[in-house]
Write a protein that binds this ligand. Structure first.
Ligand SMILES: Nc1ncnc2c1ncn2[C@@H]1O[C@H](COP(=O)(O)OP(=O)(O)OP(=O)(O)O)[C@@H](O)[C@H]1O
Length: 287
């Protein structure tokens, strides 16, 4: 058995009032018939407005649990989540979530346009403004040619674009993405990664992107938050010091890209072997 070190480690935090999203001492225990399951033990980190951070960790390390706590779908057992300084107690208006299972998140009986429009309608927005936002979002994801199609008439990658358009049209301040590209082919995945960076830059939205894919986390993020194995704490909060302009060929060919992906890979391997950090590891160098 691995020795237990102090189960307290924090990611990067910001002075009060400067964070768009604050995760503070979040712990989540599921109470089941078979006993309690401590999915996450102690997670603390902040995202500043307009930041794009990726979250990686071994399978079962509580990534989805954490996103559910952040999006107000689950109440943390301990700790709190703050959005722009206000405690999250239910799904906040300023947040949108894109899940992996686009097939289940789109309504098959609604056309593409209606799917994208729905949250705006539910928010009571007038038709003229809705039309404008839907048009812009469909154009941003390259789907302005299929507004009248039904989701099931589209490829998997296109369906995921619809889900992204719906989140974008809603104009969230924070966009949470839970393995959004896990079910699409490699080529589509690369296109969608670039789409996310384009949309992120255009809208200035704060993004927390959960992925299993180490290369994807390094390619996309300004920061990669690495989780330990369960019960989960933060193993490392790593700054990705790659040039801001990224492209699939050149960025991935950079020696620094290789160094960073090696580092994240090693950290995940250590996490899988049960390594637990003894103290906070701030955003730092991978070299
Ligand atoms: N509703 C639930 N009830 C009980 N236990 C749960 C529930 N949801 C998740 N768990 C447990 O909590 C732990 C973390 O699960 P979670 O799905 O959050 O991890 P994950 O990192 O997203 O996993 P993966 O990478 O495999 O998708 C696991 O041990 C899981 O079995």
């Amino acid at each position: 058995m691995q020795p237990e070190t102090t189960p307290v480690s924090t990611g990067r935090t910001l002075p009060e009032g400067q964070a768009m999203l604050s995760v503070r001492g979040v712990k989540k225990v599921y109470h089941t018939d078979g006993g309690d399951i401590e999915a996450v033990r102690n997670l603390t980190f902040d995202l500043k407005a307009g930041e794009l951070a990726c979250l990686v960790g071994p399978s079962g390390s509580g990534k989805t649990t954490l996103l559910k706590c952040i999006s107000g779908l689950l109440a943390p057992t301990e700790g709190e989540v703050l959005l722009d300084g206000a405690r999250v107690t239910g799904p906040p208006k300023k947040m949108a979530v894109v899940f992996q299972e686009y097939g289940r998140s789109l309504f098959p009986w609604m056309r593409v346009r209606e799917n994208v429009e729905l949250p705006l309608k539910n928010a009571g927005m007038g038709k003229a403004e809705r039309d404008k936002l839907v048009d812009e979002a469909l154009e941003a994801v390259g789907l302005d040619h299929v507004p009248q199609s039904y989701p099931w008439q589209l490829s998997g990658g296109m369906q995921q674009r619809v889900a992204i358009a719906r989140a974008v049209a809603y104009q969230p301040e924070v966009l949470l993405m839970d393995e959004p590209f896990a079910a699409v082919d490699a080529q589509t995945r690369a296109d969608l990664e670039d789409l996310i960076r384009t949309v992120w830059k255009k809208l200035g939205v704060t993004v927390l992107f959960v992925t299993h894919d180490i290369d994807e986390s390094v390619y996309l993020g300004q920061r990669v938050i690495i989780l330990s194995s369960s019960p989960t704490v933060i193993q490392e909060d790593l700054e990705i010091d790659l040039p801001d302009e990224r492209d699939q060929l050149n960025t991935r060919a950079l020696p620094r890209f290789t160094e960073l992906r090696h580092h994240v890979y090693e950290q995940i391997q250590r996490a899988k072997q049960g390594h637990r950090p003894a103290a906070a590891t701030q955003a730092g160098s991978a070299s």
